[in-house]
Write a protein that binds this ligand. Sequence first.
Ligand code: ATP
Ligand code: ZN
Length: 297
Amino acid sequence: MLDQTHLRNGLLRDPEAVGVYGRGATFDRVLTGLNAAITGLEAAAQPVMLRFPPVLGRRTIERCGYLHTFPHLLATAYSFEGNSRAHAEFVEAAESGNDWSPFQRMTDVVLTPAACYAVYPHLSGALPEAGVMVDVESWCFRQELSSTPERMRAFRMREFVRLGKPDEVRSWRDAWLERAQEFLNSLGLAPSLAPANDPFFGDSAAFLKASQQEQELKFELSVGVLDGVRAATISCNYHLDHFGSMFDIRLGADSAAHSGCVAFGLERLTLALFFAHGQNLSTWPAAVLDLLQLAHA
Ligand code: ATP
Ligand code: ZN
């Protein structure tokens, strides 16, 4: 029988799949409150809210350049296509513990690796003069095999995505470095801010990491998530005109829009809150409970 003792840090580890977690009621309440608090951070700008399922069109991920930079993190959806005879062989292979991948074919969707990728295909064409801000959330999947709960394979990412003129996007992203620190401080999480790079694949990884750092494209805010472990909980990114060019998102006659995003890892932030304040919400600081709109116990 399943009870609260099965939950470690509010999470229920999948016995069959590394890095896949369910969650209990308290973890879910905190994550929901956190998500509402994040909404408040950009409420004044009235971003366009978009929500997506955890899959993306394969073409979108190709256009993002993801196959070049992060092929090792991507998971593609496959499905069975075949006649009754192939079906019988498929089931027979599975039941006898053999490889049944030959019976599966690649579909036209992949599992979403970052929430903001779903947004860009919808913005092709001319943007309004003031640009646009989108509030997006999606379940994300990355093939990162790790047995520690701050590094999941499936997790939710909430992002604010800003597209517009280069100087406006960069200064919005820069202002977020301060705002994100303030937010984490108000949650009692003592963040550290550092320039960062993405986990690029292959021979060009060193070059891409150095160039990302040199151009100050990515910053991360890390906090304690487990004993002796700090991890990035919010990243503040500037993409230059990468997505604007790829998806033909224009400013004026023909210049590509620039873009940036601020990405919050919802499970990781929730884990950090439990680590900082304990498993029992009744002992959490009143100011943190207020911010998360959780009634005082
Ligand atoms: P891009 O710039 O390509 O859009 P991103 O900036 O949206 O990427 P990341 O910076 O890689 O994406 O991740 C954003 C946040 O998501 C991280 O700061 C972290 O909180 C969370 N996150 C990332 N990977 C994991 C993971 N494996 N498990 C749990 N949370 C994760
Ligand atoms: Zn993003």
